[in-house]
Every structure is written in structure tokens, then in C-alpha cells.
Design a protein around this ligand. Structure first.
Ligand code: PMV
Length: 311
């Protein structure tokens, strides 16, 4: 039996602008994970894929070419040098909320790729896992920047620029984030499409917005390296302002952001595609509990508190 896992993720700074070549910062969320478990099945029984959480079972041989999980498995098998259908039972589980900006799809794919390569006794370095997951993300999400698959495969805070190898960066002082799920699915493809249409209609205005976001992301990297959490919070608020201008915030997200700030968060913003999904708030030992309580009172379905930068 082979088991492999992959974490959730959030984007700290730079979502959307990252699609247009600007840098972004993303971190893994290790409290929630996707798991893939492969056991050998009797000879000639074929390969059965079981997505337990959604009650789906599909034989690899019968799965359509564009079946998302079958596609990832086929890519991983090819990468492992397996050209025939193996006799495997593949079980996928995850406690990462679906369609909420925590990267559940990419995490399930990453766990599946890792388990496949491990079961075939092949190495599964992060760059390989990231590349294979990206291929499936591309098919289902339009024009992804690649940030989700990268941070999930590398499992560490990353500085990411589309098309370039990711960079690790210094965290001067660990910090704590409250991640609040709005309960509204985040239609990343839609929000990315809306930003693209707006950019096409007025490229100069949007390029300048993306540049201003890039400045914020550079400032955030310095604030994180210096352990300057007050500056980091202010930069989260500044990034949120720009995301609002991009048109990807929403009244429900604004309500959560306002609640977190009122409860003492040093900064708060939406994270990921927006329109739904998550809000993140910078908290500390004193504010974490109140921010969490107030986020739930303001309509959050669930709040995860995670530390960034602990080794
Ligand atoms: O919605 P999420 O967390 O998967 O993030 C999407 C991030 C975008 O920058 C909006 C799109 C992308 O491909 O980077």
C-alpha cells in the first residue's frame, strides 16, 4: 500500500496580477490535506479510482479523456513509465473545503501524482509533481498562473512569478493567519475571465493596477523578511483595496474583512480568485480568538488558524 498527501494553500498577496506576470506570495496550509492511497488489486482487475468524499467510483478504462482525476492519473502513469493499465485500487480523500480558494483540486491531483510515482517506485520531486498538476489545471481552469500547483507541490512559502522557478524567502518572524471560508464557492475561472475582459477593454488602467499590486507584493516580501507585522497588515489592506478596484471582491467578503479588522486584525483581504472563497486576516495571540469569533458571527462557515514561518 502507498499513501501520499498534499496540503491546502492560500495566496497571501498578488492574486490576479500574477496571471499578468507580476509576483505573488503563496503559503501552504498544512492543517488540511488531500490523501491518495493505492493498493494492488487482483491481476487483470484493472484500475479503480474512488473519490470517497464525493461518492464517485470510476474505472480508469471507462473514464472519459477529460475526466479530471483520470486525466491526472494517466499523466502520472506516463511519467512513471507505466504504459499499461495497472491493477490498482486508488482511493482519494480530502478535508480541504472544495471550491473555496484553498486549492482542493490541485491538492488532490498532487496527492494522486505523488502516490502514483511512489507506488511505481519512481522519485516524485516537487518540480515533477507541480508540472503534472499544472497540466490538469490548465485543462480545467483556463489560464492558470501555476501558483496553486507550485506552492502545493513545494509545501513552503513561495515567491512566485509565472514561468519562473519559484523562490523560497525568509520569514523574519512567524505570523498567524485566520482563514475564513465565506461558504460562497469561488468561481476562479469566472473571476479570472472578468478581469481579462476588463483588462482587454482598458489595458493601460489594468496594467497600472497590476503594477501597483506588484509594488505591494514586493513590500510584503520585505515586511515578512523583517518580521514587521504592522507593515504586513497594512499591505494586506492595500492589496484588498486594489482587488476591490479589480472588481473581484463582493459584499459578503467585504463584510468578513470589516469584521476581522474591527476585531483587531492587523490587516485583512480576500485570498485567491475572489467573488467568494476565503478571506485571510493577520492575527496574533491577543486577537486570534476574537477575530475568529467575529468572523463566524459575520457569516464565515469555518475559520482555520494557521502559523506561517514555523520551521
Ligand atoms: O482561486 P484560487 O485560490 O485558486 O486562486 C486563483 C489565483 C488567481 O491569481 C486569481 C488565478 C491564477 O491562476 O493565479
Amino acid at each position: 500500500m502507498t499513501s501520499a498527501t498534499a496540503p491546502g494553500k492560500i495566496i497571501l498577496f498578488g492574486e490576479h496580477a500574477v496571471v499578468y506576470g507580476r509576483p505573488a506570495i503563496a503559503v501552504p496550509v498544512v492543517q488540511v490535506r488531500a490523501t491518495a492511497t493505492i493498493t494492488d488489486a487482483p491481476p487483470a482487475s484493472g484500475c479503480l479510482l474512488i473519490a470517497q468524499d464525493i461518492g464517485e467510483e470510476v474505472r480508469l478504462a471507462d473514464a472519459a479523456v477529460n475526466h479530471p482525476l483520470a486525466l491526472v492519473l494517466r499523466l502520472a502513469l506516463a511519467a512513471a513509465g507505466i504504459s499499461h493499465e495497472p491493477d490498482w485500487r486508488v482511493v482519494l480523500t480530502s478535508d480541504i473545503p472544495i471550491a473555496s480558494g484553498l486549492g482542493s483540486g490541485a491538492a488532490i491531483s498532487a496527492a494522486l501524482v505523488r502516490a502514483t510515482l511512489n507506488h511505481a517506485r519512481q522519485p516524485a520531486p516537487p518540480e515533477t509533481v507541480s508540472r503534472l498538476v499544472f497540466r490538469s489545471e490548465e485543462l480545467f481552469h483556463g489560464t492558470p498562473s501555476g501558483i496553486d500547483n507550485t506552492v502545493i507541490a513545494y509545501e513552503r512559502p513561495l515567491w512566485f512569478v509565472k514561468g519562473q522557478p519559484p523562490q523560497s524567502f525568509a520569514v523574519g518572524q512567524p505570523f498567524t493567519l485566520a482563514i475564513a471560508d465565506s461558504g460562497i464557492p469561488s468561481p476562479t475561472k469566472e473571476s479570472v475571465g472578468a478581469v481579462r475582459a476588463a483588462w482587454q477593454a482598458d489595458p493601460a488602467a489594468y496594467e497600472s493596477l497590476f503594477d501597483r499590486i506588484a509594488d505591494i507584493v514586493h513590500g510584503a516580501r520585505r515586511a515578512i523578511a523583517d518580521g514587521n507585522l504592522a507593515a504586513l497588515g497594512a499591505l494586506m489592506n492595500a492589496n484588498q483595496q486594489r482587488l476591490q478596484e479589480l472588481g473581484v471582491s463582493s459584499p459578503a467578503l467585504e463584510k468578513l474583512i470589516a469584521a476581522a479588522r474591527r476585531a483587531g486584525a492587523a490587516g485583512a483581504k480576500l485570498s485567491g480568485g475572489g467573488l467568494g472563497g476565503n478571506v485571510i486576516a493577520l492575527v496574533d495571540g491577543e486577537t486570534a480568538e476574537r477575530v475568529q469569533t467575529d468572523l463566524l458571527a459575520a457569516g464565515a462557515k469555518r475559520v482555520i488558524v494557521t502559523r506561517i514561518g514555523d520551521v
